[in-house]
Ligand binder design. Structure first.
Ligand code: AOF
Ligand code: ZN
Length: 348
């Protein structure tokens, strides 16, 4: 029989991070975390798990519960993309779960920036004679934890600005809905929508386009729709009030909540303050989908983490609403050709 090559630490950590991102869109202000239980001696994966939902079991617990624990021996190890937690939060400490499973070696990719942890869990494990390898600090692991880092350090959601632009840099004609992206790119956008907790558009876009703001092409989770209603004049006939899904609406005058809308009243409707209030609503990631006034407000206040551009390379609009100079905001970290459209991701 062909003998499989021994798994390297890097490969196991990569697997943990691949598992972690399966939870994208479901973990809110908790991090995406993945874990693998394996037997190094036998070169065998015994179980895998990831943090599937905010408030529910952590990755380590799901990975251990996926194993036949009677097969555990002194060579059983666990790898986690994030330092295991060591506190009683919504769930008991993962360090305790690891100890109770008699696992005596732990490999960790990233330290947890949460002030309760920050390496303290690794000390606690060592105190119980559990060998700890890491932090490995892989680049992929850092990338996966970026939203959590932003949430913990800035108490706001991770912000993705999305814009579709023509070849000559317009987002549309004045006051009228213009189709820019193709069907393939639309599917990408709908998948992105399912990977964030919420999606925000400005009042003008809402009135002009009357969008549904859901991820209807994929039949998966819909994001919460966030509207900043500065003029307090949203018509009850808008699609967002008629179709399923939840809305959070910020305004200056109190209106009563109903089954699909929560109204939050504040005298300060600056995006900075709205972001802080959204974080308190447990929104960990947000996609901003326009229009230009709203996007400019986010950009001018440096309130963004990623810009995702879909550029139609064939369409010329010539006059209309010019997009901000998005390519000047940072560096291109990803490109993908989808027919006539190109997807670009810009990071700072
Ligand atoms: C882990 N594994 O899969 C996750 C961790 O309120 P709780 O109990 O869900 O705890 C949330 C905190 O636990 C969160 O802020 C982060 O520090 C850590 N998340 N830790 O060991 C996991 N999701
Ligand atoms: Zn935990």
């Amino acid at each position: 029989m062909l003998k499989a090559k021994k798994m390297t630490s890097i490969q196991i950590i990569k697997r943990c991070n691949e598992l972690a991102i399966r939870g994208l869109g479901y973990t809110a202000t908790n991090p995406n975390v993945g874990a693998v239980v394996y037997n190094h001696h036998e070169n065998n994966i015994l179980g895998e798990g990831y943090h599937q939902k905010y408030g529910s079991a952590h990755a380590e617990v799901n990975a251990i519960n996926a194993c036949h624990t009677e097969s555990f021996d002194k060579n059983t190890e666990i790898a986690v993309s994030l330092e295991p937690c060591n506190h009683f939060g919504k769930t008991p400490p993962c360090t305790l779960k690891i100890r109770n499973a008699s696992i005596n070696r732990v490999m960790v990719d990233q330290l947890d920036i949460n002030p309760l942890m920050q390496g303290k869990s690794l000390e606690a494990l060592r105190k119980h004679n559990i060998e700890v390898q890491g932090p490995i600090n892989s680049n992929l692991g850092k990338q996966v934890l970026r939203p959590f880092y932003v949430q913990q350090t800035q108490t706001r959601p991770y912000i993705v600005i999305k814009m579709a632009i023509s070849q000559d840099g317009y987002i549309g004609k004045e006051g009228q809905q213009t189709k820019i992206s193709n069907k393939l790119s639309d599917r990408w956008v709908h998948r992105w929508r399912s990977e964030v907790d919420a999606i925000l558009v400005g009042g003008n876009t809402l009135k002009n386009d009357n969008p549904s703001l859901n991820s209807r092409y994929h039949n998966i989770k819909n994001p919460i729709r966030v509207i900043v209603d500065k003029k307090n004049d949203l018509s009850p006939d808008l699609n967002i009030f008629k179709i399923s899904g939840k809305n959070i609406i910020f305004n200056k005058e109190r209106r009563s909540n109903n089954t699909n809308s929560k109204f939050i009243t504040s005298s300060d409707l600056s995006m900075n303050n709205v972001m802080q209030l959204l974080y308190r609503e447990n929104i960990g990631s947000l996609m901003v989908e326009g229009g230009s006034k709203t996007v400019n407000e986010f950009l001018s206040q440096q309130l963004w983490d990623e810009i995702r551009i879909i550029q139609n390379n064939k369409l010329l609009i010539s006059n209309g609403v010019k997009a901000p100079d998005l390519f000047a905001m940072g560096r291109i970290t990803f490109t993908k050709q989808l027919g006539n459209d190109t997807v670009y991701i810009i990071e700072k």
